[in-house]
Design a protein around this ligand. Structure first.
Ligand SMILES: Nc1ncnc2c1ncn2[C@@H]1O[C@H](COP(=O)(O)OP(=O)(O)OP(=O)(O)O)[C@@H](O)[C@H]1O
Length: 249
């Protein structure tokens, strides 16, 4: 489980995250839903230990990334907003390096590479250098890097950005399989249908605050809206949904 307790962060005196608290339970997919600039990436970077918070605490499987970054890295997979692929390496070379950095060696390493290649359908890419890879191919490799050490927690920052239908389907299948295996999954998005379809729980974020939380159905009930998009607008911007008598037919 990931626990975020009262984190705040400013850039150049401008508050970006204001007293955020939430849990990401094991075996559930939690979406961080927010408009551009709401603070999603900053929040995820703090959870991963890439950015420090001014106040509050993060615990990933009981470990604080600020105090035990190595311990957290072992049980966390991250698909970030920047891919960080090395264009001159083949997929096999690249994943081998990351798996070794996570402490895998010998038969464990071989097995981890074989299963990730299988699960993410990487056979055709395995011996290719990554320069010139399409967006979908790059996402597959990023996901493979995040998962090669079988982390208990997975964080994805806008994972479907720029992907075609098949790549989104592969990602969705992978997340559902990981959820069934008990992984705690947190992803950020501003794509409503994707959030409605994939997530067990939604955290609605606006201007650095959590302004709504619950299952997609609970958010509809709380706001009296018919769609997640209307619920999001109601929670984030205080706009009430149109009343029945106002809807033109
Ligand atoms: N390193 C930084 N220095 C200064 N300001 C920053 C920095 N990182 C983020 N910000 C600002 O913090 C605010 C929140 O940015 P963040 O990237 O966390 O939002 P987001 O919800 O992920 O947005 P998007 O959906 O557009 O990616 C923005 O106003 C952004 O300009």
């Amino acid at each position: 489980m990931i626990r975020v307790e009262g984190i705040s962060k400013s850039f150049a005196g401008q508050p970006v995250l204001r007293d955020l608290s939430f849990d990401v339970p094991d075996g559930r997919i939690t979406a961080l839903l927010g408009a551009n600039g709401a603070g999603k990436t900053s929040c995820l970077r703090i959870v991963c230990g890439l950015l420090g918070a001014e106040r509050g605490q993060v615990l990933v499987g009981g470990l604080d990334p600020a105090l035990d970054p190595q311990g957290v890295r072992r049980q966390l997979g991250v698909v970030g907003d920047r891919e960080g692929l090395y264009e001159r390496l083949t997929v096999a070379e690249y994943l081998d390096i990351f798996a070794r950095m996570q402490g895998l060696s010998g038969s464990q390493l071989t097995q981890a590479l074989e299963s990730i290649c299988e699960e993410l359908e990487l056979h055709a890419l395995w011996q290719r250098r990554m320069g010139g890879f399409s967006q979908g191919e790059r996402m597959k490799v990023s996901l493979a890097r995040a998962l090669v050490h079988r982390p208990q927690h997975l964080i994805l920052d806008e994972p479907t950005r720029g992907l075609d239908v098949l790549a989104v389907r592969l990602l969705r299948r992978t997340l559902l399989r990981l959820r069934a295996a008990g992984t705690a999954i947190l992803f950020s998005s501003h794509v409503m249908p994707e959030v409605a379809e994939l997530s067990d729980r939604v955290l609605v974020m606006s201007q650095g605050r959590i302004v709504g939380r619950g299952t997609p159905e609970e958010l509809l009930q709380q706001t009296g809206c018919n769609s997640l998009e209307d619920s999001f607008v109601a929670l984030a911007y205080g706009e009430r949904p149109p009343q029945a008598e106002e809807v033109l037919v």
